[in-house]
Design a protein around this ligand. Structure first.
Ligand code: PLP
Length: 416
């Protein structure tokens, strides 16, 4: 008989009743080191006093009023994001997929409003993950996720990541824009080079296209700057954010330049819950931590996330050197890895993930046999070294028979 909770996930048989910092506790008192952060979402870890009190205080006043009225918490959060980024204006929604849908709508609408109604197609990249709505499944372009859901929504073209010739060949008279994750998460922590991001900007300018970055996973401090594209010094037209922006409270955002945002006039886009007082109180509390001096990096001044990220990256590289039979290499970003790191495994990453669980360490699989190491951004150096020690012990646990069995097996897809 089907479970009453629809079985769309293969869940580990673990239920957490509370958390504290980077630790999660089960009902029976077992303690787990959380280096998955609810898939790169619990940016402040668990039970962060500032986030908890901001949410509790707002819940005790007013949670929801609708967007028919002014929402001061949303106005403040938008103003702070504008101040801290390329953007001139922000739209709040509830999830990553919804932010990406809005990003595509904005690109199309801006093209239409400036005399190019025919420009509707978006160029996306192999290995992308943009979410589970019908249009974002099509933008993702992964046959496995599309299977059984009918005709893919029209309007998305795919090219290999990092290939400018293929990108230029794909641009046609009906192309509206380009949508890219500066670091692909779900397909295995594949970072685009700074040069590629800069070349995309140049190509978009040359052909009158809009450049949109999906920073749902790699944004909101994960790479050590507020947004990953900042490392490349590239100014996008639109950026989507979600996951870490609410520290675990559902919140998404679309950040855009005025040239793009001004075409979303009243009535053209909307949401019931998006940007409500409670979600934006959470978002403001997260920003308080992220924007505090020394937490994120500024040019010439590495911040907490970058510094701790380097310690983690170096320790993982040592582990790879110690266990070349288990691990192939560490994947991160060209300039700085921050806390979005991939560990490419020689055998299906799921076996390592299970072994890590036995060592009371939570990590997340990604495509291409990669373990994603994506802890809360508040993690400290000792906790990083502890996690790598547990990964080392996990590698000991993966028995030769599992390895032998896995040799011919197809790696499982990661489920986001
Ligand atoms: N975009 C990226 C890069 C993601 O990693 C995800 C989720 O993992 C999404 C979009 C979809 O976000 P959500 O699950 O909040 O809809």
């Amino acid at each position: 008989m089907i479970a009453s909770l629809m079985p769309t996930y293969n869940r580990a048989d673990l239920a957490f009743e509370r958390g504290d910092g980077v630790w999660l506790y089960t009902v029976d008192g077992r303690r787990f080191l959380d280096f998955g952060a609810g898939i790169a979402t619990s940016s402040l870890g668990h039970n962060h006093p500032h986030l908890v009190s901001a949410i509790a205080e707002q819940a005790g006043r007013v949670m929801h009023v609708s967007n028919l009225y002014r929402v001061p918490q949303a106005e403040r959060l938008a103003a702070r994001l504008v101040e801290a980024t390329f953007a001139d204006s922000v739209f709040f929604c509830n999830s990553g997929a919804e932010a990406n849908e809005g990003m595509v709508k904005m690109m199309r609408r801006a093209q239409a409003a400036t005399g190019h109604e025919e420009r509707t197609r978006i160029i996306c990249f192999d290995g992308a993950f943009h979410g589970r709505t019908l249009a974002m499944l099509s933008a993702t372009g992964n046959a496995k996720y599309l299977s059984g859901f009918g005709e893919p929504a029209p309007g998305f073209d795919h090219v290999p990541l990092g290939n400018m010739n293929a990108l230029r060949d794909a641009i046609g008279p009906t192309t509206a824009g380009i949508m890219l994750e500066p670091i692909q998460g779900e397909s295995g922590v594949n970072a685009s080079s700074i040069r590629f991001l800069q070349e995309l900007r140049a190509a978009a300018d040359e052909f009158g296209l809009l450049l949109g970055f999906d920073e749902v996973q790699c944004g909101m401090g994960r790479t050590g700057r507020l947004f990953a594209h900042e490392w490349a010094d590239v100014r996008p037209d639109v950026v989507s954010a979600a996951k870490g922006i609410g520290g675990g409270f559902p919140l998404g955002a679309i950040l855009a330049t005025e040239a793009v945002a001004r075409h979303l006039t009243p009535g053209s886009h909307g949401t019931t819950f998006g940007g409500n007082p409670l979600a934006c109180a959470a978002g403001n509390a997260v920003l308080d931590v992220l924007l505090a001096p020394g937490f994120l990096s500024t040019p010439g001044h590495p911040g907490h996330v970058e510094i701790v990220g380097r310690v983690l990256f170096d320790a993982l590289e040592q582990l790879v050197r110690a266990r070349p039979d288990m691990f192939e290499r560490v994947r991160g970003h060209e300039t700085n890895n921050g806390l979005m790191i991939g560990l490419k495994c020689r055998h299906p990453a799921a076996a390592l993930q299970d072994a890590a669980l036995q060592e009371h360490l939570l990590v997340v699989t990604a495509g291409d046999n990669v373990l994603r190491i994506i802890p809360p951004l508040v993690v400290n150096e000792d906790e990083c070294l502890e996690a790598v020690a547990r990964l080392g012990r996990a590698a000991e646990r993966v028995s030769p028979s599992v390895v032998a069995q896995s040799m011919g097996a197809q790696p499982e897809m990661a489920v986001e």
